[in-house]
Design a protein around this ligand. Structure first.
Ligand SMILES: [Mg+2]
Length: 297
């Protein structure tokens, strides 16, 4: 388990050692600073999960320290709990105004201090989890779960962006030949293996800027930015050849598979679906004339 750090900023050594005694545990580490300036430096270096900050200190006081921490991009999200001797509502209010998340009053009740710290630590952890979850959701929304390639919707968004930027590009649409018979002969896991294997081959050979998507069941659409169709045809042929040479291994079986491709240069003056129909037709022509070939639209 990851060990959390709390930064404790208080000019009193006695207070620091009392708090340290109360809070420190195997999964919670306490770092101490005795001035606001040092506290700010340490906060930047250590990125603690939480800061406990004394209000009345020699030199820079807690309010001032808090203001600086809250202005700094690197430390602004760290929750700050004020340690206060004066319970009057004005000083508490001022604490919240400068950005404190909470306060604890001296003298401490150990259980109260622990409970408040725990609540804020839990909050910050939940926020982090939520952030990770959001990133995962975004990833899920734009990729195909099996091949990790972009999905059709994201691919269409990307080519739409290229059109807007007046970038020329070519498209290749590949379909796996006799995919049904691969599934029927070796099982659906073998079929999945073919799809992920093809994705790997495409990624390996294509450029960083090329956009590869899983278009449908066993179809892949590839966008080659800044590439005229003659060049795209060569790329498609290279991919087709590499795939045909590749030996798939599933359980005790070894087999080959081939792909058929349609290639077209995207015509920005035509709507998207017309462009897709054109390339679909080229693919269909390849399929009906023996498969394992590439056809220019
Ligand atoms: Mg003090």
């Amino acid at each position: 388990m990851e060990r959390d750090t709390i930064l404790l900023v208080d000019d009193s050594e006695i207070i620091c050692s009392i708090i340290k005694d109360i809070l420190e545990s195997p999964d919670l580490h306490i770092e101490i600073a005795h001035t606001g300036e040092k506290g700010i430096r340490m906060a930047r270096e250590l990125r603690p999960t939480l800061i406990l900050l004394d209000i009345i200190m020699y030199g820079m006081d807690g309010y001032e320290t808090c203001k600086i921490l809250k202005k700094d991009e690197e430390t602004k999200d760290i929750p700050i709990i004020f340690i206060t001797g004066n319970n009057d509502s004005n000083s508490l209010l001022k604490g919240f105004e400068v950005g404190a998340a909470d306060y604890v009053s001296k003298p401490f009740i150990a259980e109260e201090l622990k409970a408040r710290v725990k609540v804020h630590m839990q909050n910050i952890k939940n926020q982090r989890k939520l952030q990770i979850l959001m990133e995962e959701l975004r990833e899920l929304a734009i990729t195909d779960s099996l091949t990790k390639l972009y999905n059709r919707r994201y691919f269409l968004d990307k080519i739409n962006d290229l059109v807007k930027m007046d970038t020329i590009f070519s498209l290749i649409l590949f379909d796996v030949d006799y995919f049904k018979s691969i599934n029927d002969t070796y099982g659906h896991n073998a079929g999945d293996l073919v799809l992920t294997g093809l994705s790997q081959i495409f990624k390996l050979i294509l450029r960083e800027e090329d956009i590869i998507s899983r278009w449908g069941g066993e179809e892949f659409m590839i966008c080659l930015p800044n590439m005229a169709v003659e060049e795209a045809f060569k790329v498609a042929e290279k991919l087709r050849l590499e795939v045909s040479k590749f030996e798939f291994q599933y359980e005790d079986n070894t087999f080959h598979c081939t792909i058929t491709g349609g290639i077209a240069e995207y015509e920005a003056k035509l709507p998207v679906d017309r462009n897709i129909t054109k390339i679909d037709f080229a693919l269909y022509t390849g399929k009906s004339s023996g498969k394992n070939c590439c056809i220019l639209a």
